[in-house]
Design a protein around this ligand. Sequence first.
Ligand SMILES: C[S@@+](CC[C@H](N)C(=O)[O-])C[C@H]1O[C@@H](n2cnc3c(N)ncnc32)[C@H](O)[C@@H]1O
Length: 321
Amino acid sequence: MVEEVLDLHRTPLEHIPVMSEEVLESLAPKPGDRVLDCTVGGGGHSALLLERIGPQGFLWGIERDPRTLDRARARLEQVGHPFELVHANFAALETLETHWQISDLDAVLLDLGTSIFQLKEAERGFSLSQDGPLDMRMNPAEDTPSAADLVNTWSEAELKHLFQTLGEERFSGRIAHALVKARQKQPFERTAQLAECIAEAVPRREKIHPATRVFQALRIAVNDELEAIETVLPVAMRLLKPGGRLAVISFHSLEDRRVKQAFRYWSQDCLCPPRQPVCTCQHQPLLQRSGKALRPGEAEIRANSPSRSARLRVAQRCKDV
Ligand SMILES: C[S@@+](CC[C@H](N)C(=O)[O-])C[C@H]1O[C@@H](n2cnc3c(N)ncnc32)[C@H](O)[C@@H]1O
C-alpha cells in the first residue's frame, strides 16, 4: 500500500478530517472527557472532539508543523471550549506528560501522515505535482537533514535500501543508481528535478507517478516517522484510564503494521513460550483490540480522495489492570 498521489485539482482546499464518523463512534467522546490529539493538523478532528467534550472537558493537542498550528488554534477557538496546543513531536509525549501533568485520559487520537496544507505548499517540498525545494521536513526549524541532504549524500547502497524498505519500490536499485549518477553533474535541489530523474530511470506501468514511492520513503526517513510511532504508542496507551480508547489512522502499510503489532502485543493474555502446554505467566492483557482495521466508505472516498488509503485501528485500555 502506498499513499495516493494528491490530485491537486480534485482535492478540497481545506483539510477534511478523515473517517471522522468512525473516529467519533470509536472514541465515543462525551461531555467532561479529557482527550489528547497527537496530530492536530488543521484541527478538524480536534474541533469535532472538542464540540463533544464541551466546557467541562479538556483537549490537549500536539502538532509538529508550526505553520499548521496557528490555523488549528483559530479553528478551535471558534468552538470555545478549553484546550491547549503545543508545537512538538509526538515522540516527546513522555516529556509532555510531565509538563502537562496528564494521566487518566478518556481518548487519544493519532491521524498519521501529512495534511493537505503541507502537500499544497510547494515550498515545503512534499509535493510531486508542484515544483519546490527538496525539503520534506515537517518542522523546517529543526536542524535535521532535508530530503535533498539524503539524496545528495547517501551512498547508492543506502539509497537503494531506503527506497526498498520505506518505499517498497521495485526499481530501487535502478533509481538509486540513476540518482547517484545525476547528482555528480548537478546536486538535487528541487522536487521536479528528482521526480523527472526517477521517471526517466524506470518504466511507467502504473497509474501513480513513478516517483511516488521514493517520495514516500524520503518523507518517512526525513521525519523519522516510524520511530516516532513506535515511541508514542506505549506512552499513549499508558496515559489512558481503564476503559479509555486509542484510535490510530494510518495511510500506508508500514505505519499500519506497527500499530497492528503493538495492539496485538498488548492484547495478549499469555506471554509464555508457544510450546509451553500450560500458562504460568499470569500475564494480564493491557488492551482490548476492536477487530479488523476500519476503512473509509465509498461516499467518503468519492468526496475526499486522500482518504482512500486510510485505515483506522482502535483499542480500549482494559478495565482491570
Ligand atoms: C493527517 S494530518 C492530521 C489532520 C487532522 N487530524 C485534522 O483533522 O485536521 C497529520 C498531521 O500530523 C502531523 N504530524 C506528523 N507527524 C507528527 C509527529 N511526529 N508529531 C506531531 N505531529 C506530527 C503533521 O504535521 C500533520 O499536520
